[in-house]
Structures are given as C-alpha cells and as structure tokens.
Design a protein around this ligand. Structure first.
Ligand code: SF4
Ligand SMILES: [Zn+2]
Length: 316
C-alpha cells in the first residue's frame, strides 16, 4: 500500500518515534474479563508486542509508537512472547491476547514462518485473541485458527458508523468491508471482538454519545462477543490539528462512563470501557478515582451500579 498525501500529513505531524526493540515485548497485563452468556468471567493475559508498523495510518492511532521501521524480523515476536510467558506468575490465564500494535494477519507485521511457534506457545490457553484490520482477515486467519487448539477471536477496529467521520479516519474501512469480514469469521466459527471510538474526530460533540451507542448496537448485531469502547487519546499531532479546526473534542471520563451506562442493553454482547490510561482523561479530580473504580467494576460484573455523586461536579 503506497502512502497517500493524507498518510504523509499524518506521519509528518507525529512527534519523534521512540526507539523500539523488536526483540523485547513492551508490556503485559493480566486482568479479568467478562464473556457473553454462561461463559462468565475469565482471566486474560494481554501481551503487548512490538513489530512492523501498520500501513493504514489512521488519524487517531497512537499504536505506531510501538513499532519499528520495516518488517518485523523473523523470530522477534516469538522471543517477545516467550519473555511474557516466562514473566507471568501463578496459573496461566484462560485467554491470551496478542496485541502487536498492527494487524496480526499482515505478513510484514507477523512473519508467516513464526506462526507455528506462536501457535505452539499459545497451546495452553483455551482462547486466543488477535487484532486485525477487516481487510487482512481471510485464509491466513483460518490457517492460524487451525494451528491453535483453543478458540480464536479476532478484534476489529470498527471505530464509528458515523458515515462522515468514518470516511475521514483514513482507515479505508467501509461497512460492507466490515460486514464481509464479520460474515467470514462467523461462517468459520471465529469469535469477534470490536473496538469502538468515543470521541471520533468529525463527530459533533453533542452527538458523540449517540454515535457510540449506535456503533455498539451495530457491532452487537454483527455478532460481536465483546465490544470495547476506547476514548480517543490525543498526542499524535494529527488529533491536535483536528482539535484546532474544531473537528476533535477530547473525550472526558464522564463521557466514557455515560457511554458504558447507555450500552448495557445489547447483552449478551459484553460491552466494556477501556480504562487503560484513564488517569489522563479530562475529569474532576474529586471523583476521578471513584469513577475509574466504578468503570472497572462494571466491566467485570456487568451489573448495574448506582451513579457516582460528587458535590464538585454538581457545583461545576
Ligand atoms: S488500522 Fe489499527 S493499527 Fe492500523 S493505523 Fe488504524 S488504528 Fe492504527
Ligand atoms: Zn466530581
């Protein structure tokens, strides 16, 4: 895929890329996650892997910070995964999430010759989640699914169904492409996880929550087992440009909470709020930690919980 003028503008506005070692994982996390229906709550290990940069250059993306220039060297992801698995204490979680800051089924990002060893390392887990642009889902997805004994789940960034905003994301994803990918996953008995943006650029601020709800409902109708609402985080240069033009409004912690509260009706699809880096979201300092705790509780329990009351918020 050759770089367009928009790609070049987005890349040109980025701050310098941190130095990334493709032989060192940049993090891992074990957390509880709710699953649809009777599957209850499971433990999930997320391995944050470094590798080749994604070619799509979305306007809101910050994952390029964890990527290298050029293709991922053969053996690098295997080494990273081995490090993560060696570092995890206690019993192995149920699910392994391989998040490689790009598309798992892009040959530049995940060398095909590494897939058998990655599948072997994933063998003890009852389920594996990888992330992929809808356009890179296909036969290679099923090749990996056949290599792992557990269930495969593919996470796709749908981002928003707002027609204007979706066309401005530089993601090159329309709903027909998304639907072909989700049909393919369903026909092949692969689970679907969907990422939805809160604060997508080019969505009017006063319509932001409505579009999150519509996008979550659409993802649930397409069979998503899990939908994660991700607040757009500034800092990539392009978002600051869009903010200056009035086309991006950084989402707040209260908006994230409201979005989650408004999406409980799509059960059995599990809807969660991404609280990674929630400390950076604009919020009232008197209640920030209580709101983050409430979101964490809702994510895992799915049970209704009383709203937070805060005198400082009420007075504002
Ligand atoms: S497809 Fe995903 S990883 Fe690639 S640029 Fe877009 S958001 Fe980032
Ligand atoms: Zn408050």
């Amino acid at each position: 895929m050759s770089a367009s003028a928009v790609d070049r503008r987005i890349r040109g506005l980025r701050p310098p890329k941190p130095k990334v070692d493709p032989f060192t994982a940049h993090g891992w996390l074990v957390e509880q996650e709710r699953r649809p229906n009777e599957q209850n709550v499971e433990w999930a290990l997320t391995a944050f892997l470094a590798g080749a940069e994604c070619p799509f250059t979305c306007s809101f993306c910050d994952l390029w910070r964890w990527t290298i220039d050029g293709p991922t060297p053969a053996g690098a992801l295997v080494r990273q995964l081995e490090q993560v698995l060696a570092a995890v204490d206690g019993p192995l979680p149920d699910r392994l999430k391989l998040y490689n800051a790009s598309n798992f089924f892009d040959r530049q990002a995940v060398p095909p010759e590494d897939l058998p060893r990655i599948a072997e390392l994933a063998r003890p887990f009852s389920a594996v989640t990888v992330e992929s642009h809808a356009s890179t889902i296909g036969p290679q997805t099923m090749e990996f699914a056949r290599q792992i004994p557990g269930r495969l789940e593919v996470a796709i960034g749908l981002e928003t169904v707002h027609p204007v905003a979706a066309s401005q994301l530089n993601k090159r994803l329309d709903l027909s492409r998304f639907e072909r990918a989700t049909d393919f996953l369903r026909e092949n008995d692969v689970d679907l996880r969907v990422f939805v943006l809160l604060g997508a650029p080019h969505v009017e601020r006063n319509e932001s929550l409505d579009w999150v709800v519509r996008t979550v409902e659409y993802a649930a109708a397409r069979g998503a087992a899990v939908v994660s609402i991700i607040p757009v985080r500034g800092g990539n240069g392009e978002l600051e440009r869009l903010q200056g033009e009035g086309d991006f409004h950084p989402p707040t912690l209260r908006e994230l909470e409201a979005a989650l509260d408004r999406c409980s009706h799509v059960a059995p699809t599990v809807v969660t709020a991404d609280v990674w880096d929630a400390e950076r979201l604009p919020a009232c300092e008197a209640c920030r930690s209580r709101r983050i705790a409430r979101l964490r509780y809702l994510n895992v329990s799915g049970a209704p919980q009383a709203p937070i009351t805060c005198a400082a918020c009420d007075a504002a």
